[in-house]
Design a binder for this molecule. Sequence first.
Ligand code: ADP
Ligand code: ASP
Ligand code: MG
Length: 416
Amino acid sequence: MALIVQKYGGTSVGSTDRIRNVARRVARYHREGHQLVIVVSAMSGETNRLLALAKELSADPNPRELDVVAATGEQVTIGLLAIALEAIGIKARSYTGGQVKVRTDSAFTKARIQSIDDAAMRADLGSGTVVIVAGFQGVDEDGNITTLGRGGSDTSGVALAAALKADECQIYTDVDGVYTTDPRIVPEARRLDTVTFEEMLEMASLGSKVLQIRSVEFAGKYNVRLRVLSSFEDPEATSQGTLITYEEDKHMEKATISGIAFNRDEAKISVMGVEDRPGIAYSILGPIAAANIDVDMIVQNIGASGHTDFSFTVNRSEYQKALDVLSRERTKAFKAREIIGDSRICKVSVVGIGMRSHTGIASKMFKALADEGINIQMISTSEIKISVVIDEKYLELAVRVLHQVFELDKAPSAGA
Ligand code: ADP
Ligand code: ASP
Ligand code: MG
């Protein structure tokens, strides 16, 4: 008997038929004698619909109230799944984040989990009851409802698994595992049986939305056994999906590049003709940080005649805010010839721990893009990834070409 946390995403609970299907899978695990905690997202499209309602009423809704609205999506699905389970004779009990006490900080719309009270869940599990918990939501110390950022139910699932010391956390979604890249963009993408924790962390942070980045961080910190699977398969099927592994093992697939990630949610800002002097980066990025805007890539060119150009990327949702901050600071903190914004960019990254032991990956990547006439606007690298910023109209072409050039559709040979 194992304690298993299963998380089901929006499409997996997108209709009453899908919810019935989830109930059948839960029933199978229950029949096998496992203790089960089920975390669910809102029905697909529901969180977008709720946020759009708020935006109809205000261009800048109060984040506390936005969370009150957004959190309702998951309250519907926990209740429906409990009803579906009881209809097939399985004892189940639903909990909102506040009822479990998923305690978070008070950063509305992007709260972080601080602690989880497992007492009520343990009592239910002890009596054979299936526990159903609303993903994406928590409660702060003053009792306010909070949400964990888009895609946050993954993090709820992993955090509950960590708190309960579950044997495994299974993330059920609409694809049957982690692929070499998004299979919606490249049909030849290949499912990986295993992916290392480090690679998954990079892929998630670089835009592969199959797992929310914070869920991977949590899994690493608490050593949660994490697996991605499809909820669309027959509930009686026993697929393995993709297991996130914490150690590089000799028998694992040996690939130089394991995957390609992309992100359409960034925008680039270039501050042209600033003085080339100590402190200039701080005078531009200091006010951006003070406005709580996260910066991703940064490039400063070599200056000529005492001046230089400075570019950086931010999330598209904070693009206008960043431009406003800079135009306010322009004459106070720094002088610039021109500030240029471009929101029609994207970031494409190749990821793989094999990069540590192989050279020439960057030049292979740059040549493949050059051969297609794709101009690289920015580059950043780490030990196991190379990212480029390009025009968003080339996103699909770039991902396909890189997938082909690095032969990701073919299984690499087994370990040396
Ligand atoms: P859920 O609603 O279940 O949380 P998401 O839409 O958040 O599902 O995440 C699943 C989607 O992630 C897939 O449908 C797929 O299009 C996308 N995706 C992006 N990159 C990858 C990848 N490398 N492997 C698998 N899926 C990926
Ligand atoms: N329902 C939330 C969202 O759409 C959380 C999730 O699906 O993980 O972002
Ligand atoms: Mg998701």
